[in-house]
Design a protein around this ligand. Sequence first.
Ligand code: 5AD
Ligand code: SF4
Length: 449
Amino acid sequence: MTDLSTRNRVHIETFGCQMNVYDTELVRALLGKAGFTFTEDREQADVILMNTCAIREHAHDRVYGHLAELKAIKRARPLVVGVLGCMAQNLKKDLMDAEPVVDLLVGPDAYRRLPDLIVEAAAAQDAGLAQRSMAVDLSEYETYEDILPERTHGVNAWVAVMRGCDNFCTFCVVPYTRGRERSRDPHGVLDEVKALAAQGHRQVTLLGQNVNSYRHEQWDFARLLTAVADIPGVARVRFTSPHPKDFPPALLDAVATHPRVCKHIHLPLQSGNDRILDLMDRTYSRKDYLLLVDEIRRRNPAIALSTDIICGFCGESETEFQDTYRMIEEVGYHSAFIFKYSERKQTIAARKYPDDVPEPAKVDRVNRLIELQRSISLRRNREMLGCTTDVLVEGDAKKSAGQWMGKTDANVTVIWEKGDSPTQPGDVVPIAITRVSVTALFGHDVRSS
Ligand code: 5AD
Ligand code: SF4
């Protein structure tokens, strides 16, 4: 048996979405319980793990780049290299074959096996054996219910309430890498949030690949969100990512009226053209989506919207793209993540539709949408000029320790001089907005002299 006391320092790098950041916290908890320790310094590590993302080609490329760097380190000293997460699940044996530096592949439902697999890999290395292992079974049940993620203390905490996705949007690899939808017991979620509030976390973000399809016996997402927001000590509750198909009136009401549910909905559109939406199998039309936007704003016009867009999906013509352009103008999002379509192995689109929009056209469309969104974000931010808004203080501004950075309810970044009023991360403070940019609001604390 390999002695853990001499080969126990783990370094974890995380790529991709918030769910992956959360999963890294789970992995840290599982490894910590098994006696491993952690180091931020790759040079000190006995074990290097990469928690990976498979959503677009770019995410893959970054992981391959890092693996290339690890080859040199591994030549110099004993090292266990593991690839975790969606890319492990998506590429499986292909990744093992392509990257001899990798000792372990562990998919998102198999993290409980990780401590044993690391010990076995280290033992095999010590014995001079060329052993490599793969744990990529998907589960219909695994929610890591009993594992409390090892969080870094701060204002924000993320809580996964469901995992997996059953939607099978044709472009998306998530149903294949993260498996079927399953929701956690609401009582476990509520206990976890109570503990987070007691530890001083002020903002909780409920996470799920398709968070608003949460369902556990008599509990739907609206009920869960409200119950979380009712927990004393929680100042703000957010959720991500929802699908537009799962917004019953009770959920819209909860967002519109609960004082601690943030007035912000991330509402992934993907495309503004009905033929493309149909090819993507999004299950809503342009009109359905716009009706939902009206429903949201009728309940509370202060609710900010953000979105995800894919440009250059299979067969998308210039005219069809222009429908997306017009829709972005029409909705007037506060912000948008805009992506080039990237064909993913296993997906329905990869099997059924040719990825035929030329790369320069994809790039051009992305750039046009980014330009458009910048002008809309600026316009939205200008609406805040002269207003005083409640800001949750997150910490020092990136560029200067003399300034605070925080977020509005609508999730817009605010920066202001520290001044003389007593302020700590986690406080909600009133900031008068005097200047804006595309990405941030600037102002002063109205309590300061
Ligand atoms: N290509 C480009 N973007 C994608 N997304 C998901 N799959 C792909 C893909 N194959 C985007 C969608 C989704 C966000 C998380 O990533 O816009 O909402
Ligand atoms: Fe992917 Fe669609 Fe599921 Fe979102 S809802 S994770 S885009 S399949």
